[in-house]
Design a protein around this ligand. Structure first.
Ligand code: SAM
Length: 260
């Protein structure tokens, strides 16, 4: 099914609006109201500091959901703005803002058309936000690059491309390859009218690097967090059984070259 980004956004906005209450109820405790968790492996920015010192930095969180990461960044002294496609996800953010008194300004928009002027941020970040749901990742990365100042950085976690070879099953059944790594057909759910109601495109590691280069960014590091001993929490297709054997998350640290 060849889908445009507009069709994918329409489907995913509707899906995230519909699923947001359940998502926050299931995962809000693990994410913490003001915590920065990069992935189901529990990779915690408070420990790994992939963004470096953020005090005083202007930071954009892309696909912020209920803005838990942004709230943590605020506690570290950053000036943060969150962007998300789903209004319901942002409403959960407002609820948590009120509960914690740590308020994050947010905007309902898509990563492929960010409502900010060029070079307005020092840093951008995204924990599984937006990018796993975009067809044209070069355009999305180009938008993030546009709003970063020269010398700025973008760190983003996404589903590890190797995952798409396996069914979305955290048990031993999920250890058998069932599709080609090179099959770019997106995962699509359809509603009763045959319209796409949830879409996850697939990009290989090579596709990601090509898109990063096209966006004018450079790869500074690729992190593949390992499943930590003692974590028995299952999140969708992620869990300790497959986590011991397969990568589940790719975290790209990207830089925008300084000018001159
Ligand atoms: C898995 S959540 C990640 C949010 C948060 N970091 C968390 O862990 O809950 C993915 C988020 O990406 C948002 N999203 C999907 N497509 C998007 C797009 N094109 N632009 C902006 N946000 C998008 C969804 O609405 C959702 O809130």
């Amino acid at each position: 099914m060849g889908l445009t980004d507009a069709e994918v956004q329409r489907a995913n906005r509707r899906d995230w609006d519909a699923e947001s209450d359940e998502y926050q109820a299931a995962h809000g405790g693990f994410l913490r109201d003001a915590g920065f968790i990069w992935s189901p492996e529990g990779l915690d920015e408070a420990e790994v500091r992939l963004l470096g010192d953020v005090a005083g930095a202007r930071v954009l969180e892309v696909g912020c959901g209920a803005a838990q990461c942004s709230r943590w960044l605020r506690t570290e002294g950053a000036e943060v703005v969150g962007v998300d496609l789903s209004f319901r996800q942002l409403q959960h953010g407002r609820r948590i803002d009120e509960a914690t008194s740590i308020v994050v300004p947010t905007v309902c928009a898509t990563v492929t058309a960010l409502p900010f002027t060029d070079a307005s941020f020092d840093l951008a970040c995204s924990a599984f936000g937006a990018l796993p749901f975009v067809v044209d990742i070069a355009a999305a990365l180009g938008e993030v690059a546009r709003v970063l100042r020269p010398g700025g950085r973008f760190v983003c976690s996404v589903v590890h491309p190797a995952r798409r070879m396996f069914p979305d099953d955290p048990t031993e059944q999920g250890l058998t390859v069932t599709r080609s790594y090179f099959d770019r057909t997106p995962y699509v759910e359809q509603d009763e009218h045959g319209e796409p109601s949830y879409v996850e495109p697939h990009h290989t590691l090579g596709d990601w690097v090509a898109a990063i280069v096209r966006a004018g960014l450079v790869v500074q590091a690729l992190h593949e967090p390992e499943w930590p001993p003692g974590l028995d929490r299952v999140w969708g297709g992620w869990g300790p059984v497959r986590g011991a054997l397969l990568p589940g998350t790719a975290v790209f640290s990207l830089g925008k070259p300084p000018t001159g």
